[in-house]
Ligand binder design. Structure first.
Ligand SMILES: Cc1cc2nc3c(=O)[nH]c(=O)nc-3n(C[C@H](O)[C@H](O)[C@H](O)COP(=O)(O)OP(=O)(O)OC[C@H]3O[C@@H](n4cnc5c(N)ncnc54)[C@H](O)[C@@H]3O)c2cc1C
Length: 501
């Protein structure tokens, strides 16, 4: 039988997607079965943003054996307990999307129903009082989740903020030490097999020819292989997610970094603030239909809370996804596979999701169409569930009256969003498809934060008395208050962890 095993993998692109993919493939390639070559162009550069993550990053760090102390030191990382949304429901409004769970350690989804029941009976305590992660974020305290399932500390959840260019450089050094070959050059020629259409080689402007069996397109928004060569098509979702431009600018560190991202809504977009150890990352995401570039620059500059360290850098994009992220012998990972704006910091997660699916569906040189179709099916479901979560934020901006927000309040919605909102308002339930990325706590936080009011709860909660229900909630509140006092200041925790080896 002829050897159909993949022997040469070529990754085009050395941004976060390229180096994360290289790190994962290098890790599983032991003893070596294939060579790994990564081509990147310094002249083109990387997008250089993408500094906030979500808790699924822990999966990737474990996969490549990346320890936390190294990550904190090498990338100037901070901890992220969630995202604070400011003015999203009208000026002066504020809510928090925590990465941890609500309620006590054993409450699971019944917590929401217990709280709704108490609220409908007149209780005034906000749901945020029952989220240790939210309380810790607002107090700038930190602890990782406890392994003790009976502890309130088990409800905590976290991810990281890091410097995107330091992160890519850090992964690059690790990959090169593991034998990944890096080629510097701009790919100018792409050869395809005349019969199958499979890509066979890439040639750089220096006439260096690199052959491969499998090509990973990490060329960013250019999507040089998957779209530029294989023309797989793009689903434009800008009617649901109208922002199409961004400005990114670093500013000086002003205070001890807080353990959360802040997202502040403006007239035609929103501003991010990501605290790192050595600086603050800032940017404005906006819609060019509703704001000129000058208006966006002005709004960003006037809302920075420290001195800018550079001129705002413009970035253009279109919300949507590639119709086939895997086609023939090309797998698109990262921005080449599509882009959903960074409101919930999901792009790095989608890179990991692409990597995980590639590892489990790792092909032979035949790259059977069924394998690609399976990859595309599961990846699409992932992307669509993230899209729906983002759409909810825009659509439910009921407290804002500017034209862009009014457009979003009246736009037609993906069915899944309408369905989730109806379930929640009528029954207090959060209905999820299998394997949705954002779980109940996330949908609950954003639906409540954006002003959806549940009018009922799971009737099974009535099996306990109203008094018992109130006492249960009071106990959780007490546990959270006590636990909060035991946590460490975020800044101090970073310092301590960075010293570990
Ligand atoms: C405004 C904004 C904010 C974001 N914030 C977040 C966030 O907080 N969290 C998050 O998870 N994600 C975020 N993202 C997404 C995140 O930045 C990207 O997912 C991540 O950086 C991966 O990018 P990439 O590697 O796919 O592309 P890029 O960084 O653009 O890399 C592309 C690579 O391809 C190479 N290349 C292209 N063409 C050629 C060629 N012809 N020859 C050789 N090399 C070539 C380039 O040199 C480069 O190395 C954000 C994105 C934007 C636009």
């Amino acid at each position: 039988m002829p050897d159909r095993r993949i022997r040469k993998i070529v990754i085009l692109g050395g941004g976060t997607a390229g180096w994360m993919t290289a790190a994962a493939l290098a890790k599983v390639n032991s003893p070596p079965q294939f060579t790994l070559t990564l081509i990147e162009s310094e002249e083109i550069g990387t997008i250089g943003v993408g500094e906030a993550t979500i808790p699924t990053i822990h999966w990737f760090n474990r996969l490549i054996d990346l320890n936390e102390a190294d990550l904190l030191r090498e990338t100037q990382a901070t901890y992220k307990l969630g995202i604070e949304f400011v003015n999203w429901n009208g000026d002066g409004s504020r809510y928090f999307h925590p990465f941890g769970r609500y309620g006590g350690p054993h409450d699971a989804s019944m917590f929401y129903h217990r709280w709704i029941r108490a609220k409908l009976a007149g209780a005034t305590q906000s749901h945020t009082a029952y989220s240790l992660t939210t309380q810790a974020a607002w107090a700038s305290q930190f602890a990782p989740p406890s392994n003790d399932p009976n502890s309130i500390l088990a409800t905590l959840g976290y991810a990281y903020h890091f410097d995107a260019s330091l992160y890519a450089g850090f992964l690059r050094r690790r990959c090169e030490a593991k034998g990944v070959r890096r080629v510097e050059g701009k790919v100018t020629r792409i050869a395809q097999d005349p019969e199958s259409g499979f890509i066979t080689s890439l040639t750089t402007h220096r006439d260096e020819l690199i052959e491969g069996d499998l090509f990973i397109d990490c060329s960013g928004l250019r999507a040089l292989l998957i779209e530029g060569t294989l023309h797989t098509g793009f689903d434009d979702w800008s009617h649901w997610l109208p922002c199409d431009r961004a400005l990114a600018v670093p500013s000086e560190r002003v205070q001890d970094p807080i353990p959360h991202t802040r997202s502040t809504a403006h007239a035609a977009g929103w501003q991010w603030r990501i605290p790192l150890q050595h600086r603050t990352g800032n940017g404005m995401v906006y819609s060019s239909k509703f704001w000129s570039d000058e208006q966006a620059v002005e709004a960003l500059r006037s809302h920075l809370d420290s001195r800018a360290l550079a001129e705002p850098r413009p970035i253009r994009f279109l919300a949507g996804r590639r119709r086939k992220a895997w086609h023939k012998n090309v797998v698109a990972i990262g921005l080449s596979s599509g882009f959903l704006e960074p409101l919930e910091s999901t792009s790095i997660h989608l890179i990991q999701s692409g990597i995980a699916k590639l590892l489990s569906l790792f092909p032979t040189r035949d790259c059977y169409p069924e394998t690609a179709a399976q990859f595309n099916r599961v990846f699409d479901a992932d992307v669509e569930s993230v899209r729906d979560f983002l759409v909810l934020h825009y659509h439910r901006s009921v407290g804002r009256a500017e034209p862009m927000w009014e457009y979003c309040q009246h736009m037609s919605l993906p069915d899944a969003v309408t369905d989730k909102m109806a379930h929640f308002t009528h029954t207090g339930r959060i209905v999820l498809a299998t394997d949705e990325l954002f779980k109940e706590a996330s949908w609950f936080a954003v639906m409540m934060g954006q002003g959806l009011e549940p009018t009922d709860y799971n009737p099974l909660v009535d099996s306990i008395s109203a008094e018992e229900n109130r006492a249960h909630l009071a106990r959780i509140e007490q546990q959270i208050a006590t636990a909060l006092r035991s946590l460490t200041r975020h800044e101090e925790y970073i310092r301590r962890q960075s010293r570990q080896s």
